[in-house]
Design a protein around this ligand. Structure first.
Ligand code: HEM
Length: 475
């Protein structure tokens, strides 16, 4: 048998069902396309802070592009990338095959269709009102017949939850590995999020901010975080070829996460007209969040202890290391932001935007990049160019560091100014140089994302996977 020249083929990829390899790759490739769309939307709005008259087209106005950016990076990039990793991890950790390849394919296209229609709705000026991260309208109005947007996303999440549940149910190992606890809880909770987030009856009077805080924080806490943490519980031991430091810490992290995270949403509305007891509850549980965060961060770091040589030769472990530290740092920062003394300075400033990027890029995206580089070659049999992976790592790391320091530093300076009675215009003048640095850091990140998309393309499955062995039952 002849192995194609210039391609390194992992033993693991031999015998993988090519349909399954294509499925995993399509999930992450779709995610990369959304990352590029979202990145360039973010970059456009970032440059507008310094050159406001840039691209003056109604469908590309700041107010339309901002939700395009957040929807594309959150619901497109981070969600699909994490789901692609789940499609790999759930069956592998259960030592079985995915229950239904067809259902997973339908979920992917439903999700992509919902997102595309949602972004078209934004461009046309249609949305669900000023509800951050739930701006997608339930229906897009193109003509006399309304086209569903949110129902497509909900149907996709329900179908995936069913597929994961059925896969876990037919596992050939007795135990349900900790990754699967996280990965099954996320699509189940997402269904609750969609129903509560779009149910019109809850959004009246003070109920609106209560639901908004709950929805917004649980989108991060009950969707992105469990998927990213669950993925790492699988990827890290796999890359290091050793068990996780403590399984018990993983279980502690899971249950405390589920209990505490759902109670902290109101910390987005400290000093507001919401009931004081609700604000206090959110501050207490924001502090309690240190338990699940350090249970998992500590577990990851202790698993990596003494593995310097593996870290030096692996191109995926550095992403996991940055992501694990990013998880700890973003969470400590979030807890600090909930305290009244800090909240009165930082709230209503760019400090919050800095925090959002540390969480979604420094934590979630770095962990998912680590999983993608570590796992995708195991199904497709193709590795990316190591130098290009390095370029992606450093551009993303340096770009994010610039953006984070600029937004949090500038946000703090502006917050202090606000308390001292600075006018709105003085606040703008304070932020002006920091916004330039955000755009520079964003440009570094954008270049890194283009390189990542190319790396992923170079890992696409080819016909050669079949050359190693005829596809077994395996996926
Ligand atoms: C080239 C890279 C990026 C640039 C230039 C950029 C730029 C921006 C800009 C200009 C905003 C609006 C801020 C405002 O309204 O004042 C924003 C918000 C946001 N971005 Fe990005 N972004 C980038 C990458 C990302 C990525 C990769 C993610 C997630 C994976 C992300 C997540 C968010 C979130 C969650 C918000 C909302 C923040 C808040 O409301 O507090 N961004 N970004």
């Amino acid at each position: 048998m002849k192995i194609p020249v210039g391609i390194k083929v992992f033993v693991d990829a031999a015998g993988v069902d090519p349909r399954y390899a294509r499925l995993v790759h399509r999930y992450v490739l779709s995610a990369a396309v959304w990352l590029l769309i979202g990145t360039f939307a973010g970059l456009l709005d970032a440059f507008r802070y310094t050159v406001p008259e840039l691209l003056e087209l109604p469908w590309l106005s700041f107010g339309r592009v901002r939700p395009m950016h957040t929807a594309a990076v959150l619901w497109g990039w981070a969600s699909l990338a994490l789901l692609g990793v789940c499609v790999y991890v759930v069956p592998r950790s259960c030592r079985t095959t995915l229950h239904s390849l067809l259902a997973a394919r339908i979920s992917l296209w439903l999700w992509n269709a919902g997102l595309t229609l949602g972004v078209i709705a934004f461009a046309m000026g249609q949305n669900n009102g000023n509800q951050e991260y739930r701006e997608f309208p339930i229906f897009l109005r193109l003509g006399p017949v309304p086209v569903p947007v949110v129902p497509l996303l909900a149907a996709s999440a329900i179908l995936l939850a069913w597929n994961f549940y059925k896969t876990i149910a037919k596992r050939s190992v007795q135990q349900i590995y900790i990754s699967n606890w996280f990965m099954l809880s996320a699509p189940l909770f997402a269904t609750v999020l969609v129903v509560v987030g779009w149910f019109p009856g809850f959004n009246r009077g003070n109920g609106q901010p209560i639901i908004q805080g709950w929805y917004m924080h649980n989108a991060v806490g009950m969707w992105f975080t469990p998927l990213a943490v669950g993925a790492t519980y699988y990827t890290l031991p796999k890359l290091l070829n050793k068990p996780i430091y403590s399984y018990a810490l993983g279980v502690l992290g899971f249950w405390t996460h589920i209990i505490f995270y759902t109670l902290i949403g109101t910390h987005h509305y400290i000093f507001s007209s919401l009931p004081a007891w609700l604000q206090t509850t959110s501050i207490i549980f924001s502090t309690a969040m240190m338990v699940p965060v350090w249970a998992s961060t500590g577990n990851f770091l202790l698993t990596m202890r003494g593995e310097r040589s593996a870290m030096r030769i692996s191109y995926s472990l550095p992403f996991v290391l940055v992501g694990a530290i990013g998880y700890g740092l973003a969470s400590v920062q979030g807890t600090a932001e909930a305290f009244k003394a800090a909240n009165e300075i930082w709230h209503f400033t760019d400090y919050t935007v800095g925090h959002a990027h540390l969480a979604m890029v420094g934590f979630v995206s770095f962990l998912v990049w680590g999983s993608i580089y570590g796992l995708v070659p195991r199904v497709t049999g193709k590795e990316p160019n190591v130098e290009l992976v390095g370029a992606h790592f450093w551009l993303s790391f340096v770009g994010l560091a610039m953006m984070f320091v600029a937004l949090c530093g500038g946000g703090h300076a502006r917050g202090v100014g606000n308390l001292e009675g600075d006018s709105f215009m003085e606040g703008i003048r304070t932020m002006a140089p920091y916004w330039v640095w955000r755009a520079v850091g964003g440009s570094f990140m954008a270049l890194g994302h283009v390189i990542f998309a190319w790396n992923l393309w170079s890992m696409r499955p080819g016909a050669f996977v079949n050359l190693m062995q005829p596809p077994a039952d395996g996926q």
